[in-house]
Design a binder for this molecule. Sequence first.
Ligand SMILES: [Mg+2]
Length: 458
Amino acid sequence: MSARVLVVDDVEVNRKLLHAKLAHEYFEVTEAVDGFDALEKARATEPDIILLDAMMPRMDGFEACRELKFDPRTEHIPIVMVTALHEREDRLRGLKAGADDFLTKPIHDLQLLSRVRALTKFKFVADELRKREASGRRIGIIDVNPTGRPQTPARVLVLHEDDRQAKRICKYLEGVHNPMTLAEAGGLGTGAATVDIMVISVGGKHFDGLKLCARLRSLETTRDLPILAIIDSDDDSRAIKALELGASDILIKPLDPEELLARVRTQVRKKRYLDALRSRLDQSMELAVTDQLTGLHNRRYLQTQLDQFVSRANMGGGSVSILLGDLDRFKRVNDFYGHDVGDEVLREFSRRLRDNVRPADIACRYGGEEFLVIMPNTSHETAKVVAERIRARVEGEPFIVNKGYDSLDITMSGGVSTTFPPDDDPDQLIKRADEALYRAKEAGRNQILSGESKLENY
Ligand SMILES: [Mg+2]
């Protein structure tokens, strides 16, 4: 997975060194010499990730970071702040300015690559979700929190073969997050899916943390769970293995409590951001196929489903039947009681419709007061029984509307049709149901008729 990296540093040697290391791993690299230059290049080239030196003349890294995170054009680009080794204050300042991660100089190759890889992977997923959202409907129900504004404590599960060590790690996290050891969690079980992040020590002699990483990645429920792997300082090969097996980030011993907190925070923030994007996407997908007034499926959804069922039936699959239903004299309801009451009637009718179709049936609003039910794998005779039950439920009880002030007797008429393989098509199917519906209206309404005139004579 290649990505475009913008390297920002005022010292040419530093830039060239980073450039060479990244280019060697097939990243595409551009360079900027200070904060101003960084803003300009970031806007012009839209990199996938920015490595930002903290100390620079003119505009330093912290200010550049704030500017980049403030600009809607660049706020989604992950930033790694690069600070001098012992400047712990700077790391905190960087994170406060909105940086997604940090590296200390001199830069350790493995850490550089693991951070850059983790962040680009995250960005690609987020970009894909954002793209899909943009092409669907924009609704903005959920407040997505892309940068590091206040968040609720995370549930952290700490796995270490030495229980004392596990407790010590928990202690570092307490106050900010809700950590627990494996013993406190009562074993792994299904609990793994309910935590926000796992911190796993992979250096143990009796406990195979690497195997656990791989296992968590393979399970549906924990596939997206962030994993922070703790590695011994002299064990590069294990660190590489951990990243290959799906660890989201690594932490090298000896543990720096502040770094532990920062990495947990970064991972949790990303997970929550992706979760929010996904759920917003799910909602907009849901909206795109749902009729707003009735909550039934809309016509667009109906069309795609019906196309599939009919072509399956044409190829020898089960026959598909449909009911095309229409409320009788609905115009009168609107004229006498107004459109609000008309809407109430449509909603109540939809509720009865939903309650009386079978689980596999697909109930849709077809137009104004017209409804269509797709009944997969259903014979014509069975479809008529289902349709008749719906009709009877509509007639059976009056519709109570207008906050209980009015009680309306509502009826419906309907036409039922069934596929004729091998060359039926959805339009013909609907046309036959529509013709039967028309006859039902002519014959005095409140009845269901068959649209099988192609084969039978009525
Ligand atoms: Mg500098």
